[in-house]
Design a protein around this ligand. Structure first.
Ligand SMILES: [Zn+2]
Ligand SMILES: [Zn+2]
Length: 160
């Protein structure tokens, strides 16, 4: 029976080096995969015909727009076409931007005694404010003070 090399690849760690390394290996890796579909953005869905592992290819714009592959869960083609998986390079850039923001604002995040006013939220609002930490941050994203959350569906192991 033919063997594939899917098992040699782990989920990409969210550090720059890991994206670099995967970019280098993706050309070879791609040769053993079968193209399933292309999105109207830049994403491509592949499957390994030996072990049935799904892979998505995306372009890491912060790494010279190079293509790289990462493992994704099994998904219906229709679902994938509508909404592809969130690319690890974008998660990385996003969380880096977020941590810069969080570090410079660490002192603003102190819980007060009131409840967050957002919908059915059960968290306490921040001291001197009306929203809890999560809703406060969500609001900042809307007004563009922090990086925009990347598009796409989250998947294991990246979702908490
Ligand atoms: Zn495989
Ligand atoms: Zn809240």
């Amino acid at each position: 029976m033919k063997k594939c090399s899917c098992g040699e690849y782990s989920d990409i760690e969210l550090i720059r080096k890991a994206i670099n390394e995967r970019i280098k290996k993706s050309k070879d890796l791609k040769k053993q995969l079968k193209l399933v579909s292309k999105s109207d953005t830049e994403n491509i869905l592949f499957v390994c015909e030996i072990c049935n592992q799904f892979w998505q290819s995306s372009r890491a714009w912060n790494w010279g727009n190079d293509e790289y592959l990462f493992k994704v869960p099994i998904i219906e083609l229709q679902d994938w076409i509508q909404n592809q998986f969130m690319a690890p390079d974008e998660m990385l850039i996003y969380s880096a931007g977020m941590s810069v923001y969080m570090e410079s604002n660490i002192n603003s995040f102190v819980d007060g005694n009131e409840k967050c006013i957002k919908d059915d939220c059960i968290e306490k609002s921040l001291k001197g404010g009306k929203l809890c930490k999560n809703h406060f941050i969500e609001n900042l994203g809307v007004v563009g003070l922090i990086p925009k959350r990347p598009k796409g569906r989250l998947f294991k192991p990246y979702q908490d």
